[in-house]
Ligand binder design. Structure first.
Ligand code: SF4
Length: 280
């Protein structure tokens, strides 16, 4: 059994929170550059140029790319041969978030109760998705998820007869409804199949695929291409000012589902498409 101390995890997560909020992944910056070269509207181009400048400044000054530093979402892959010592994994992640958000001057954006709405002031609790895998490593992926993209996201339990056309219509309707509120250009994660609880999760995981890498399944790869084209034809454009680039990418993931169901979930990610991982 390989031992990893909770303090090592806490310290790594603290740094992860600060860096992920300040630096866009290279693929996101490359996609924004490509969008800039493709965008036809003047205002859209100006917006993309500002987003690129913002990305440069964020990384250079180690300051958050956006005032909304998100809900702290973790995807954890815990090797079966790892033993966490000195405390629980959950406590280590939570304490890493608390310290990272305080030391990085990141906005605390979580209310402890959805109706009473008192800010916890620590950006915790965080959302943790665990996966037990083979091996002796611990991989932690951190996704600070902004409120605009989450609010624009949706789940619908379609009828199987609604088929591909119904799924496409729901995705496009969701993007149209989101419009400027999701801070475009967006990345669209789509989950098809599974159950009422798993479908939104695969939609969120779809966001983590390297930007623009197509599904390995020909049917879903075609669906991704068609959806991207239709979304960009909506004309919403960067920041909703109108233009030819509304989405940087559409990623679709799928799962087996019940014969009577066709769940479809759309998880929208804004232009601040930040996430970062570490392996211990
Ligand atoms: S949705 Fe994204 S870009 Fe918009 S305010 Fe939130 S984090 Fe910032």
């Amino acid at each position: 059994m390989r031992k990893i101390h909770a303090t090592t995890i806490r310290n790594a997560v603290r740094e992860l929170c600060i860096r992920a909020n300040a630096e866009l992944p290279r693929a996101t910056t490359a996609a924004l550059r490509e969008a800039f070269s493709k965008e036809r509207s003047r205002l859209g181009k100006e917006t993309l140029s500002l987003l690129l400048e913002n990305a440069r400044e964020g990384a250079h000054e180690r300051v958050p790319l956006c005032q909304d530093t998100g809900y702290a979402v973790f995807f954890v892959e815990l090797g079966q041969e790892v033993r966490i010592t000195g405390g629980s994994l959950k406590a280590a992640l939570t304490s890493g978030v608390r310290q990272g958000y305080r030391q990085g001057f990141l906005r605390a954006s979580i209310v402890g109760d959805p109706l009473l709405r008192k800010n916890t002031r620590t950006n915790t609790p965080c959302m943790i998705h665990y996966d037990i895998v083979r091996g002796d490593k611990l991989k932690i992926l951190f996704l600070p998820k902004g409120g605009g993209g989450e609010n624009a996201s949706a789940l619908k339990m379609l009828r199987p007869a609604d088929g591909i056309a119904g799924a496409k219509q729901f995705v496009i309707e969701t993007v149209r409804r989101a419009a400027a509120g999701a801070c475009p250009p967006i990345v669209v994660g789509v989950g098809i199949g599974g159950t009422f609880d798993s479908c939104p999760l695969i939609a969120k995981k779809a966001l983590l695929r390297p930007l623009g890498r197509r599904s390995k399944h020909a049917l879903y790869a075609r669906l991704e291409r068609e959806l991207l084209k239709e979304i960009n034809n909506t004309g919403i454009g960067p920041s909703g000012f109108g233009g030819s680039v509304t989405a940087l990418a559409v990623h679709v993931e799928y799962q087996a589902c019940h014969i009577a169901s066709l769940p479809v979930a759309v998880n929208i990610q804004c232009n601040a498409h930040r996430f970062r991982s570490i392996t211990l």
